[in-house]
Every structure is written in C-alpha cells, then in structure tokens.
Write a protein that binds this ligand. Structure first.
Ligand SMILES: Cc1cc2nc3c(=O)[nH]c(=O)nc-3n(C[C@H](O)[C@H](O)[C@H](O)COP(=O)(O)OP(=O)(O)OC[C@H]3O[C@@H](n4cnc5c(N)ncnc54)[C@H](O)[C@@H]3O)c2cc1C
Length: 383
C-alpha cells in the first residue's frame, strides 16, 4: 500500500486530535468505568473522523479505505483499549450495514447524526445463549401492521448504556439457522427497552458494556436495514469491517507497547547494565517486531483487496486471528520484562495486558476464525 503526503498529513491530524481530545482524559475515564461518548464523538465528528469512507451526501468524507487503515493504526495508539473499541463500534461495526443497505430516509435519520457524532450507536448481536454461533440468536421481531414488536435480550453490548440507536440483529421468521434474520435500526428511546445492567470487566474499563432487554418494544418496519430475512448475510459482511478495523487497531497498540517497553528497558538497570543490553531481551522484542511487520503488511494487502472491491473474508479472518494471537504474545513479553512494576495497576503495561486479551474473544473468537478458515480450505467434515 502506498501512503502519500496526504496520508501522512492525515496521520498527523488524527494524532493531534487524539492528543487534544483523548490523551488528557484516559486515566480518569478508565477509573470512572465509562467515557463521555457524546462529548468525544462530537469532537471526532467535527474532525471528520466518524464517516471517513461514507457518502458525503450523509456527511461522510468519501475517502478511500487506505485512510481507514491510518485512522485505525493511530486510534490503536491510544493509551487504553476501551476508547478505540468504542470509536470503532461507531465507525466500523454498527454503521457499515446501514451505509451499504439502508434507505436514504433511514440514513438521513440515523447515519448522518452518527457521522456528526451527535448520536452514539451500538452493534447488538450477542445474546446469553448465542455468541460464536450467531445463527442461535433468539431475540425476535414479530410484525404487527407497520411495526416490529421485539422481545429478547442482548449481552456484552459495547456503548450499550450510552447508545441512541442499535444495529440490532433479530429473528423475523421461524426459518431456523441462517435464514429468517433481519437487521433493524432500534432507537433506544423506544418504550419497552431497558439497559438491564452495566457489566464490570477484566479490561477495557473506559468502555461501557451492557446487557439490554426488549419487552414488546415497537419500532417501524421502515427501520429495517436492507432486506427482511437477509440480516444474517448482511451481518456477516459487517463482521468483515469489524475484523479489519480490529487488525488495524492492533498494529497501533502493539507498536506502541514495543516502543514503550524498549524505552523502559533502556533505562532500567539490572546486574549493573540496562536490561535492554541482554541479547535475550533484544531478540525477543526484535522477533515480535518482525511478526508485527508481517501483520502490518498483511493488513495493507487486505486493505488493497477491499479497495479493489474484492471479498476480503479470508484476509479479514487471518488478520483478526493473527492480531489476537500476536497481541497476547506482545503483552506477555512486555509485562514479563517490566518485572514487578508491570504487575502494578498503575503501570501502562498492566492495562495493555488486560485490554489486549479481548482481541482473541470479541468480534469472533480465535476458534471462530479458525472455523471459517478450516471451512474455506476444506479441512474437516463437520461443515
Ligand atoms: C468486552 C466485550 C465487548 C463486546 N462487545 C460486543 C458488542 O458490542 N456487540 C455484540 O454483539 N457482541 C459483543 N461482544 C460479544 C463477543 O463478540 C462474544 O463474546 C464472542 O463472539 C464470543 O461469544 P461468547 O462470549 O458467547 O462465547 P461462546 O460462543 O460461548 O464461546 C466460548 C469460547 O468457545 C470457543 N469456541 C467457540 N466456537 C468454537 C469452535 N467451533 N471450536 C472450538 N472452540 C470454540 C472460543 O474460545 C470461545 O471464546 C463483546 C464481548 C466482550 C467480552
């Protein structure tokens, strides 16, 4: 992928926005267990960062996907995992389907304010009994005239306590399995909707994660995104955006972790010399940096394929799998070389270790990525 002078300027601009709008507040947001999504997204919307690839008719920037790679890498450098995750839910997990398949009216009403940062959104797929196996969802929308009547529960929903609307995956017919699901824009002001609880987590503290309940909640059938009954397929396409941004973010966070660890080890004296002078330490970090290079360039190949309009399922799956696995190795090595201070809550590496663990679980666990690849490559017989 070729980055031009314009990409470089964009990178610097994103970095400046983060330094101004995010960096000074991260520690307080982590401690509070939430960040002010409307306030931050308003600022990011003003900076044009929430609709980079979206149609200018709805306030998007109309940029190509290469700028998303840059944005992801820079957001990943934020000093916590929660805020980048929340931003990427807004840009790459909850809105791609609406942009791709929504009617102009629906986009005007929900996408445009999300791009401006006035509305916060969530992607609501996972349920208590269906995470990896999306086909098992039970939340149901039954048609009554011009309305859907929705009942069910969604779990682990990022931005869930602050969202103005959800991209909600529901069952809309009795056809089992992959058919009979639809995606619906669900405004959270709808009566019958409640945030049942905000969940405490191992990491990503600044991001609010919620359980959501729907009891006879009515929304217009016109809020359906795309075709009734095509929700599963549309969500699978949206998952590719989720997995790509997760891989782009991981480059920023892993690069920063390696840089910070190197700088610490250069000044930390053990046995009369800097820890970084030990070849074992150098080789370990150098090998991780080499692996990171491979992933970075794999991401670029993925982005180029996406730019050419190709199906990026395989690229996104491999990148997400590798990002999750490598982040665990990077976090573990960096923590190990910090010694006792690395185990303290106050150390940045402690937060990185907790936060980065999610990458192998959220957005499809490592094993789900392997299942996709095994099926693609014809391994196994369980389909
Ligand atoms: C902090 C956080 C934020 C999240 N945000 C959102 C969100 O905004 N919206 C949303 O819809 N969801 C969200 N999720 C849910 C997330 O996508 C799911 O947790 C994930 O897909 C795994 O589903 P599960 O938790 O139900 O695990 P399960 O499906 O019960 O799987 C448990 C484990 O089993 C293993 N496994 C699964 N399938 C196989 C297999 N075929 N073979 C072997 N092993 C397997 C994996 O290791 C997996 O981790 C979030 C989760 C977390 C923790």
């Amino acid at each position: 992928m070729e980055f031009t002078e314009d990409h470089h300027r964009f990178r610097q601009a994103v970095r400046g926005t983060i330094q101004r709008e995010v960096d000074p507040y991260v520690d307080a947001w982590e401690e509070a267990g939430i960040f002010p999504a409307h306030q931050l997204f308003g600022a990011l919307g003003d900076a044009g960062l929430l609709g980079l690839e979206y149609d200018p008719a709805f306030g998007g920037q109309g940029a190509d996907h290469s700028y998303k790679v840059v944005l992801g890498e820079e957001l990943g450098r934020i000093d916590c995992g929660g805020v980048p995750m929340a931003i990427s839910v807004q840009t790459d997990m909850a809105t791609p389907s609406l942009h791709r398949f929504g009617t102009p009216e629906l986009k005007e009403r929900y996408l445009a304010p999300a791009i401006r940062g006035e509305m916060v959104c969530s992607i609501a797929v996972t349920e208590p009994d269906a995470g990896s196996d999306v086909a098992g969802i039970r939340t149901r929308a039954v048609r009554d005239g011009d309305e859907w009547v929705i009942n069910g529960t969604k779990l682990y929903i990022t931005n869930g306590t602050q969202a103005d609307w959800l991209c909600l995956l529901v069952r809309t017919s009795d056809e089992g399995g992959y058919n009979g699901m639809s995606q619906i824009v669900f405004p959270t002001e709808t009566s019958g909707f409640t945030v049942s609880r905000k969940l405490a987590k191992l990491g990503n503290w600044s991001s609010d994660t919620a359980e959501l309940s729907f009891v006879d909640a009515r929304v217009p059938v016109g809020n359906t995104i795309g075709e009734v009954g095509r929700g599963f397929h549309q969500q699978m396409a949206q998952f590719q955006n989720e997995r790509m941004i997760a891989a782009y973010l991981s480059i920023g966070s892993m690069s920063r972790a390696l840089e910070r660890t190197r700088d610490y080890l250069r000044q930390r004296q053990v046995f009369g010399r800097p820890l970084l002078d030990n070849q074992h330490v150098q080789f370990t970090l150098a090998e991780l940096a080499a692996e990171l290079d491979l992933l970075r360039h794999y991401n670029y190949a993925c982005a180029e394929a996406y730019l050419r309009g190709e199906d990026t399922t395989r690229f996104a799956t491999v990148a997400k799998l590798k990002a999750g696995r490598l982040a665990r190795q990077v976090a573990d090595a960096c923590l190990q070389f910090h010694g006792g201070v690395g185990y303290m809550d106050e150390a940045w590496i402690s937060r990185y270790y907790r936060d980065s663990r999610l990458l192998s679980i959220g957005g499809g666990a490592d094993e789900v990525m392997l299942r996709v690849l095994a099926r693609m490559d014809g391994y196994g017989s369980d389909g």
